[in-house]
Design a protein around this ligand. Structure first.
Ligand SMILES: Cc1cc2nc3c(=O)[nH]c(=O)nc-3n(C[C@H](O)[C@H](O)[C@H](O)COP(=O)(O)OP(=O)(O)OC[C@H]3O[C@@H](n4cnc5c(N)ncnc54)[C@H](O)[C@@H]3O)c2cc1C
Length: 386
């Protein structure tokens, strides 16, 4: 038996059951009544995240010594998928805060950096952002142009990051910059930047197809001077750190995808039993029943891949391939399920009085963010061909 073999234990932990119920109650009270208001106005509900912070949802993986909930990846996947079943944009923001910004500091920060930032991030007193993508370098992030030039005890940053979740509202951002040659994977370094630092500002907020309650905006650096103590790890470690952070982050996007798929499926299942055509519920037509069977089967498969990656991550195993597989499969299932969901709703799937159209719009981000489906295939194929 190999060390990374699947542990065949499908029981939910007591913590998972407790978290799922807590998130459902919270979502019914605080999110459901506002979903379409936030979506239509593209409003980022900052106060909601403060309340989520009080429940431990903004510091799920942060150890208790730094003020977090101190849970593992099984509980984390449960929390993100339950939130995303209700509203994918809240799930996306929760994932970016927890597994990108906070987790980068948790994994690679010094003791002082952890003590300074993690307690504030764990309670959402401070909201976190994470900047890797630039206008000209998304999939090809290693070719980034944002530069941090060394100047004595300081680094001077110039450039811009785009498509950054919490680019405007984030109080603290982990930013990856070039400190060496283009094309050198050891030529990049990560820094922690605080809002209000001179030369650090935010730019355009994007107007998006879906995930509209999650804020996506530019970060701009103009002669932004920061002390070298803000660097995470050593000079030249930034890109390698980012790839490791993304290995964990992709589990959260798989969980986000799973939640959207479950939400779209459950809405379509219920509707198919209620909607009558030709004097019977449309669920009685084999054409509809088979769609539901495919949706349910693919969701179960996505769940297994996602929880397997989470379980391996908990056990400290390398999840590079498994998190990419989970993210690739679950995100494509989210898109397929949301698409079939709209089809089952018919014309009512195309209007905003019913939930199907929002799942359809939100799902598409899952095949793009934190590495497109094509990039996941690149990661998987590199791993199996090495
Ligand atoms: C809502 C939202 C939130 C985001 N949040 C963040 C964030 O918080 N932080 C952050 O750093 N980034 C964030 N991103 C950026 C996101 O990670 C990138 O959009 C994504 O990695 C793709 O990069 P790109 O958009 O530049 O597409 P490109 O890299 O230009 O890709 C365009 C197309 O080419 C394909 N392609 C590229 N290279 C290859 C290849 N080698 N082989 C085959 N096909 C290829 C891609 O798969 C895609 O289909 C966010 C994006 C969105 C939309």
């Amino acid at each position: 038996m190999t060390r990374n073999a699947l542990t065949l234990n499908f029981d939910e932990t007591e913590n998972q059951v407790m978290i799922a119920q807590m998130v459902r109650d919270f979502g019914a009270r605080e999110i459901k009544p506002n979903i379409m208001t936030w979506d239509e106005a593209q409003e980022f509900p900052l106060q909601l995240f403060k309340k989520m912070g009080e429940l431990g949802l903004m510091g799920v993986l942060i150890p208790q010594e730094f003020g977090g909930a101190g849970f593992g990846y099984l509980e984390y996947v449960t929390a993100i998928s339950e939130i995303s079943k209700i509203d994918g944009s809240i799930g996306l923001s929760m994932a970016a805060h927890n597994s990108l910004c906070s987790n980068h500091i948790l994994q690679f920060g010094s003791k002082e950096q952890k003590q300074k930032y993690l307690p504030k991030l764990a309670t959402a007193e401070w909201l976190g952002a994470w900047g890797l993508t630039e206008p000209n370098t998304g999939s090809d992030a290693g070719n980034m142009k944002t530069v941090a030039r060394k100047d004595g005890e300081y680094y001077v940053l110039n450039g811009a990051k785009n498509f950054i979740t919490h680019g405007k509202s984030g109080n603290v951002a982990v930013v990856i910059t070039r400190t060496g040659d283009v094309g050198d994977s050891h030529g990049m370094s990560a820094f922690i930047l605080e809002k209000g630092t001179s030369g650090f500002s935010s730019g355009k907020k994007e107007n998006k197809l879906g995930m509209r309650a999650s804020e996506t905006a530019e970060l701009i650096f103009t002669d932004c001077r920061i002390h070298k103590s803000q660097m995470l790890g050593n000079e030249g470690d930034g890109f390698i750190q980012s790839m490791k952070v993304l290995d964990g982050g992709r589990i959260s996007i798989a969980a986000l995808s799973l939640g959207i798929a479950m939400g779209a499926y459950e809405a379509a299942l219920q509707y198919s039993k209620e909607r009558q055509q030709f004097n019977q519920a449309i669920s009685k037509f084999q054409g509809i029943a088979f769609k539901l069977a495919d949706m349910a089967t693919k969701i179960e498969a996505a769940k297994l891949l996602t929880f397997r990656a989470a379980d391996m991550k908990n056990r400290g195993l390398d999840v590079n391939k498994e998190s990419a597989m989970a993210k690739l499969y679950a995100s494509e299932v989210a898109v397929e399920t949301a698409n079939e969901g709209v089809q089952i709703f018919g014309g009512y799937g195309f209007i905003k009085d019913f939930p199907a159209e929002k799942y359809y719009r939100d799902a598409k981000l899952c095949t793009i963010g934190e590495g497109t489906s094509e990039i996941q295939k690149l990661v998987i194929s590199r791993s199996i061909l090495k």
